[in-house]
Design a protein around this ligand. Structure first.
Ligand code: EPU
Length: 439
């Protein structure tokens, strides 16, 4: 197992270009199952999650080739409706096969995903939406079985306790594009990745109005053609590098960071006093060292266009070093604070009250051996390590490889002192076993 070792205290500098968006790519790869024709997806990041999705498509019977870096070609002639638990348990996002299989085959049998470390993650809204469209939903031996033989367009409301659902909206859209009649989805997720998925589906011949809004109108078509599409840049990866720059007092330009996708996040950076500017009319964003003292902020994660939950852990690492009291409230995953005890080990002063983290900024963090629990928590701990005094060892970084392409190497290219190595190279008293034993 690999670990990452960081020696903190170096301001980052230079330019970086973000990869294609993981959370757009996963449903887009699944969308290739909607047609027998060949589909080409470009700007696909080289991540564990995209490789899992390719493995799943192959399992379903699709022919998938990596024709050059970041470009995948998929042809799904004869496909199976069944996705087993061995695959679903590796990646929750495999649930986004539900819509394409129901649309194309009128049947889907997918192992029900469990909860995960960031929360319960139910799929009731996905199933409610498909039922409204006339699908019969049943649960059989751990599988969700969708029979869509009588499916047809209808009106569906997709809002839930925590707002809309991103993959639930993707599923419903991908099913409805091939169901007869007109479907209206209200309270559809408005995340840029959903809008990009709709644009891809339109190139296949789907009829979708209201793209990017919470009210989508889909007129079903009999068949869809292939696509050749380039995935939009990853706004969460972009935000993570911007925070890395801010945390280290660096000067970094992030190419592919789109202001229109990062509004609430940029607003909070501005409120904190971080100097951020648009470069080349919105094609990149630059963070420079702040000239004034930084200020604490009060932020709440919300569905897009609100502050993204996927940037909460990283932003909390930044707030841990800003004098004063910041409040961070999670409205999407009320328990998504697994990074907090690890930041505390580095000297952060954070208390959790319900779904709110109360962060009292400290003067400095101190490097420590820490354990990552999920993708965004891993990134947050590495960012904290970049700003901390001394040496930080981040363990279980396989989480990181699910969603960041070569994070350590790319930070090193910006001047960070960071390297990945085998866990055996860690000082003995820092080791994984030691931390587990203490748990
Ligand atoms: N929810 C329900 N019922 C449902 C579905 C969701 O109550 O049927 C609740 C969830 O429990 C959560 C909220 O609604 O409280 C939002 O969940 P959503 O379904 O939108 O999340 P998701 O589609 O499973 C995607 C991203 C996540 C990201 C969330 C929120 C993908 C593959 N994953 O998950 O990304 O946090 O949207 O923006 O698109 C990550 O990249 O680190 C990550 C976790």
């Amino acid at each position: 197992m690999d670990v990452v070792r960081i020696i903190g205290g170096r301001p980052l500098g230079g330019e970086i270009t973000v990869s294609g968006a993981k959370n757009a790519c996963l449903p887009m790869l699944a969308a290739a199952l909607l047609t027998e024709e060949t589909c080409t997806l470009r700007n696909v990041p080289d991540l564990r999650d995209t490789h899992f999705m390719v493995e799943i498509l192959r399992h379903q019977g699709a022919h998938v080739e990596n024709i050059e870096k970041g470009v995948w070609r998929i042809t799904a002639r004869d496909i199976s409706p069944r996705t087993p638990y061995e695959l679903v348990r590796k990646m929750r996002a495999s649930i986004c096969l539900l819509g394409p299989l129901a649309g194309r085959l009128r049947r889907a049998e997918i192992a029900q995903p469990g909860g995960c470390v960031i929360g319960q993650r139910p799929i009731d809204l996905h199933l409610k939406g498909l039922s409204r469209l006339g699908c019969t939903v049943s649960h059989q031996n751990g599988y969700v079985v969708i029979d869509a033989s009588d499916a047809r367009g209808a009106s569906v409301f997709m809002g839930g306790r925590h707002g809309s659902t991103v993959t639930g909206t993707a599923n419903l859209i991908m099913a409805a594009v091939l169901f007869p009649g007109v479907t209206r989805i209200d309270s559809a997720a408005c995340e840029p990745e959903i809008a990009d998925l709709c644009r891809l589906l339109k190139t296949m011949g789907a009829q979708i109005d209201g793209v990017g809004s919470p009210a989508l109108i889909i007129t079903g078509v009999e068949r869809l053609g292939g696509f050749d599409y380039t995935v939009l840049p990853d706004r969460i990866e972009a935000g993570t590098y911007l925070i890395a720059a801010a945390l280290t007092g660096g000067d970094v330009t992030v190419r592919g960071a789109q202001t229109e996708c990062l509004g609430a996040f940029l607003d909070k950076l501005d409120e904190a006093g971080i100097a951020v500017e648009d470069v080349n009319g919105g094609d990149a964003i630059r963070v420079r060292p702040a000239k004034q003292p930084l200020r604490p902020v009060d932020l709440i994660t919300l569905p897009h266009p609100g502050f993204a939950t996927d940037l909460q852990a990283q932003f909390s690492a930044l707030l841990a070093l800003i004098p004063g009291i910041s409040l961070v409230t999670e409205r999407i995953y009320p328990n998504r604070f697994m990074h907090v005890p690890e930041l505390q080990r580095m000297g952060a002063d954070i208390a959790i009250e319900g779904a709110t983290a109360i962060i009292k900024g400290v003067k400095s963090l101190s490097g420590a051996p820490v354990m990552s629990s999920d993708l965004r928590a891993s990134a947050a701990l590495i960012l904290a390590g970049l700003a901390a005094q001394g040496e930080t060892w981040v363990q279980r970084i396989y989480h990181l490889d699910r969603g960041y392409e070569q994070f350590d190497k790319r930070l090193a290219s910006l001047g960070a002192c960071i390297e990945r190595m085998d866990a055996a190279a860690m000082p003995k008293d820092f080791s994984d076993e030691q931390t587990d034993a203490a748990a």
